[in-house]
Design a protein around this ligand. Structure first.
Ligand code: F0G
Length: 457
């Protein structure tokens, strides 16, 4: 081991994108025009964009080179075979169905497997996954371990599924459960990893009831890194080996290549079952495209093929996980309440703990996210009562937690950008008592957090 404490970005910058610096007055005006919803901002009014790590990463030189190899043949493009080979090197499912992003894979799968009276368990559904389950009339049931509900509780695999609760659900309603899902890492639960042991235990329960297990594998490489560094007996295994073991425990997967595909767009659905794959491909052809390109251009398939080779690199993963922890640990040391331990792709601030004077139905997460933008031009996202508080019947109740996610785009920001974020968050936290809640003045029936308009109270 090298003696150095500083973990450097394992890349040099090859082309740059300007950041437009704004004033507080400009940001106040932008907020008002956006109805205090950060999704409505113009991105060039944002200084540091931590809204999402999805599709926002920097591609490598070799990915841009691969883009030039993109072959746009409608059927049987060489780019499709490059993509397939790269996916199956990690996820050897016989059926790989390319889609334009993760939610398209979800929509296809649940349109085939969902429906009224069905229930789909997951450690925690991501918002699009939940919406795609519910859009078919099925119920999306979250079964995380109890530790997941306590932001300050440290657990090495806080993303784990509550396998006892899964067993109880299957005991009662196995015939209504078409598939069990595990999300790696558990995004909505704080970017927390799931252990191999937990996936194995869930697999054993699924086997007892004859139900397929699927992985929502968006951040699989980060999850594998946590397994390597935290799970007993895994330290010496190469990352691709750990990924293939996760694959061997599942019957299929959905994937957004915008995360650990290191690409700006793309995804896939993969599985073992021939009959299910045929039904899914039929839906694919209706809505996404021919099975050798899905919703993607040949150049996108090439970028993903190369991204999947880079994302399992240990120097990359060490930098990725350590640099996320760098942000979280600095804020923790400053006394800012957050989800612990620090997750893989993001730091989750605990807005309910920081703003105890704002009740959940006045959206403390929204209030904190708006304050970070107003103060320093940082865009984050509320993951709480705005996102999850409204139910299919139109009623509203507080979500389990009110968090604000600072998601770190891959290979995009440097340590000085992160130091600036630390400074801004600390300033906002010092003045937390001055922040006020919000009310929603306009919202669509589904996925309201994307387009709702707010007013400060
Ligand atoms: N599953 C998980 C766990 C996700 O985090 C996402 C997307 C999806 C599925 C859907 O994939 O965006 O390609 O359609 N998460 C992004 C985020 C949007 O910001 O966390 P998609």
């Amino acid at each position: 081991m090298e003696p150095w404490q500083t973990i450097i970005e394992p890349f040099r910058i090859h082309s740059v994108e300007p950041i437009r610096l704004t004033t507080r007055e400009e940001r106040e005006r932008a907020l008002e025009a956006a109805g205090w919803n950060l999704f409505n901002l113009h991105a060039d009014d944002v200084i540091i964009d931590l809204l999402t790590d999805s599709g926002t990463g920097a591609m490598s030189r070799d990915q841009w080179a691969a883009v030039q190899h993109g072959d746009e043949s409608y059927a049987g493009s060489p780019s499709w075979f490059a993509f397939l080979e790269s996916v199956q090197a990690l996820w050897p499912f016989p059926h790989v169905i390319p889609t334009h992003q993760g939610r398209a894979a979800e929509r296809i799968l649940f349109s085939v497997l969902g429906g009224p009276g069905k229930v789909v368990p997951n450690n925690t559904h991501f918002d699009t996954t939940r919406a795609n389950v519910e859009a078919t009339g099925a119920e999306a049931r979250d079964l995380p371990i109890p530790e997941a509900f306590h932001p300050a509780t440290v657990h090495p695999f806080k993303g784990n599924m509550d396998v006892t609760a899964l067993e109880a659900l299957l005991e009662e309603r196995a015939e209504d459960v078409p598939v069990v899902f595990i999300t790696i890492t558990n995004t909505s639960g704080g970017g927390q990893p799931v252990s191999l042991r937990n996936i194995r235990a869930a697999r054993a329960v699924c086997d007892r009831y004859g139900i397929p297990l699927f992985l929502d594998a968006c951040r699989f490489a980060e999850n594998a890194w946590f397994i390597k560094t935290r799970e007993e007996g895994q330290a010496d295994r190469p990352i691709p080996d750990i990924v293939r073991e996760m694959a061997s425990l599942a019957d299929g997967m959905t994937m957004s290549a915008k995360k650990d595909g290191l690409a700006n767009i793309g995804g896939w659905l993969a599985m073992n079952d021939d009959a299910l794959a045929e039904r899914c491909r039929n839906v694919l052809i209706l809505t996404e495209g021919f099975p050798t390109y899905g919703g993607l251009a040949g150049r996108d398939l090439e970028a993903i093929a190369q991204g999947l080779r880079e994302v399992v690199d240990e120097d990359y993963l060490r930098y990725r996980i350590v640099s996320t922890a760098y942000l979280g640990e600095a804020l923790d040391a400053a006394g800012v309440p957050l989800v612990k331990p620090i997750g893989g792709h993001a730091v989750y601030l605990d807005a309910r703990a920081l703003l105890p004077h704002i009740p959940p139905l006045e959206y403390p997460g929204q209030s904190l996210a708006v304050a970070l933008y107003r103060e320093g031009g940082i865009r984050s996202v509320e993951i709480g009562t705005v996102m999850f508080g409204r139910h299919p019947d139109g009623s509203e109740s507080p979500a389990a937690t009110d968090l604000v996610r600072l998601a770190i785009p891959r290979r995009t920001y440097t340590q000085s950008h992160v130091d600036y974020v630390i400074e801004v968050v600390m300033r906002v936290a010092q003045h937390a008592a001055d922040l006020r809640g919000y009310r929603i003045v306009d919202a669509p029936p589904q996925l309201r957090h994307f387009t709702a308009r707010f007013e400060p109270l």
